[in-house]
Design a protein around this ligand. Structure first.
Ligand SMILES: [Cu+2]
Length: 636
């Protein structure tokens, strides 16, 4: 039973949504369910619920018929047990699914041409072969197959039991597959590169001569009285913060209705925070890599790729976990145990001053962390949303896992990557993340200002050339909302509510402090850039629209162009004093390093949302000292 309109779909609700479509729309066993998710209620419906109104439950479903390849989008009322709408999507190729990934690997392992190609390279133990299937972009689809649902696959090989497949690329061997028929269409086999002797293992027993460090003593996090947050269903409360945890197949973790309590009432900061897309172009035009342009959110789904977390490994201390419920392509629900981790962390000093006469006053900083991890084939992304006692919100992403590598012939290393092992390089690539930030700063009527620092020229009022001012320019339309980072002005963006003033008389606001943003560095004509125009800017601002959720378009598998942000914003709607959504593009410009082989230590990027005049003064003055001596009045 769901107890709040924002709770993710339950297993029963997923089952019900699928069975309604089987009953009423002729969805048969030849169909696949690509996605079944909650249709989230409107802000009004949430407010109505808070004043006691009943709420209805609806599911959004995307499914397709494998026989004719046609895609349909449905809206299903679970409350009324009926189909609300059913629409054919002639140009829609649904997201890739885990079932297809697994079935494709199995089908190819049974395929005589594949068995023969592997045998000719001395690979006969098929249990040690890993076949990774990737999605295509429309521009690279072979013409004769352009109407099909296509995957292309590369091949990896475990040299020994328990060994890493990504240690050993089977260079030059690729398959093109019809995913609806699980039929091998093309086999590309270039054996011109001889396999080098490499060592790509990271599990200790497989690393030659590996001795583990012996000088690490246990570090334990103990909270004898338990953690200081509470979790009732999906409602999370910690100190003055409150929010609801959501989860879906595509964005994975979603934070809803993030608020901070002040003066006995909850002040809204954000209605919804999530990752709406991730684009990973490999910047290597050689035959092994030119198709490698992953849209990890739109093609695969961060939810579907979410992995279970383990206490003491992924999270340390007093942890609460939430499970996630998703579904397979038959519409059968399954549970990802411990999908979301919630815990508190000590984060060194929050504030401090040493008074010459009376000594130090020091407060330790706590933060509440809500996190989840995804594994997308060779790579993992670890996502941490952190709430701080002084109203700050930090969003951190860590990339780890195993880099894609490829072999080359003696003396022929391509310039598009870094040498990491014998005749082996790791291609350069980029990870662009698009955070969807539906901020509601003290209500829905918000305006974004671009904030630039500017040094004034020397003159009569500024004889020493010291004057620094801040230019605050409201962004009025979607065109103006297309923003790039400017290092020379230390640019940031502030979301203000002109209708709510703080005690100082200025409008309340929250600032997006950019981090980890970089330009796309792509030719405007390059296929991946045409499909991912969303990465052209560091920030986009749109007026809230329920159907505008996916910045590179809803259907990015085999897409030809970006049907998300560039289409929506071409209307050049007003973004002033209205309910707005910020789309922040950041990530990792990954120039690979030898130290990232054979497994990559986390590469970390983050951005912050910080209150600017949201409070009248430091809201964390009331944080108590942890021990007596941190407090000067009694600590002398
Ligand atoms: Cu990377």
């Amino acid at each position: 039973m769901s107890s709040h309109p924002l709770d993710p779909l339950t297993a029963d609700e997923i089952r019900q949504a699928a069975s309604i479509l089987r009953r009423d729309q002729g969805v048969t066993d030849r169909w696949r369910f690509a996605s079944i998710e909650l249709r989230e209620p409107s802000k009004q419906a949430i407010r109505d619920h808070e004043s006691g109104a009943a709420f209805a439950r609806e599911a959004r479903v995307v499914c397709w018929n494998r026989d004719d390849g046609q895609t349909y989008k449905a809206l299903v009322s679970l409350t009324d047990d009926r189909v609300v709408s059913w629409a054919h999507e002639p140009d829609g190729q649904p997201n890739m699914t885990v079932d297809e990934f697994l079935e494709c690997g199995q089908a190819l392992r049974r395929e005589p041409r594949v068995i023969e190609a592997l045998a000719s390279r001395g690979i006969t133990d098929l249990d040690r072969v890993l076949i990774d299937t990737w999605a295509y972009g429309a521009h690279l689809l072979p013409e004769e197959y352009s109407s099909r649902r296509l995957g292309w696959a590369d091949v990896w090989y475990r040299k020994e039991e328990g060994g890493s497949p990504y240690a050993n690329p089977v260079s030059g061997l690729h398959f093109v597959v019809d995913l609806n028929r699980m039929e091998l269409l093309e086999l590309e086999d270039d054996r011109s590169v001889e396999e080098p002797q490499t060592m790509g293992e990271y599990v200790p027993r497989l690393v030659p001569g590996q001795r583990l460090r012996e000088d690490i003593k246990p570090l334990e996090i103990v909270q004898r009285e338990g953690a200081s947050f509470s979790l009732e269903g999906n409602l999370l409360r910690w100190q003055k913060w409150s929010l609801r945890i959501g989860f879906n197949y595509r964005e994975g973790l979603v934070l809803h209705t993030v608020g901070y309590e002040e003066g006995g009432r909850t002040r809204s900061v954000a209605h919804r925070l999530s990752f709406a897309e991730m684009v990973v172009p490999y910047r290597d035009p050689t035959p092994d890599h030119y198709r490698r342009t992953a849209f990890d959110v739109g093609e695969w789904g961060l939810g579907f790729m979410t992995t279970s977390l383990e206490l003491g490994c992924d999270c340390l201390g007093e942890i609460s976990y939430l499970d996630a419920v998703l579904h397979d392509t038959k519409g059968e629900p399954y549970t990802i145990r411990n999908a979301i981790c919630i815990h508190e962390e000590d984060n060194a000093v929050l504030w401090k001053h040493v008074d010459a006469q009376f000594g130090a006053e020091t407060r330790r900083q706590r933060r509440l962390v809500v996190s989840f991890h995804v594994t997308v084939a060779n790579y993992e992304y670890l996502v941490y949303w952190r709430l701080y006692q002084d109203g700050n919100i930090e969003c951190e992403v860590r990339a780890t896992g195993i880099m894609v590598t490829t072999h080359f012939s003696e003396g022929r290393q391509p310039p598009y990557g870094t040498l990491v092992d014998a005749r082996t390089y790791a291609p350069f690539h980029q990870h662009f993340l698009v955070a969807r930030l539906d901020l509601d700063v003290d209500g829905e009527r918000n305006t974004v200002h671009v904030i630039d620092s500017q040094a004034l020229p020397t003159g009569p009022d500024n004889p020493h050339g010291l004057a620094l001012v801040q230019r605050s320019t409201p962004l009025r339309t979607e065109r103006e909302g297309e923003q790039d980072y400017d290092w020379t002005t230390q640019r940031a963006w502030k979301v203000v509510n002109e209708h709510v003033r703080n005690g100082l008389g200025t409008p309340v606001g929250y600032k997006l402090v950019p981090g980890g943003c970089f330009p796309p560095m792509l030719d405007p004509q390059s296929p991946v850039f045409r499909r991912a125009q969303a990465i052209a800017h560091a920030l986009w601002v749109t007026p809230f629209h329920e159907e505008e959720r996916w910045p590179c378009g809803e259907f990015v598998v085999q897409s030809r162009e970006d049907r998300g942000l560039p289409i929506w914003t071409s209307q050049d709607r007003s973004i002033q004093d209205t309910d707005i959504v910020l789309w922040y593009v950041f990530g990792i410009h990954h120039i690979t390093r030898p130290e990232e082989w054979p497994v990559m230590s986390v590469d970390t990027v983050s951005f912050w949302l910080k209150p600017v005049g949201f409070f009248d003064r430091n809201p964390a003055l009331d944080v108590p000292p942890t021990i007596h001596s941190c407090h000067s009045e009694e600590g002398q």
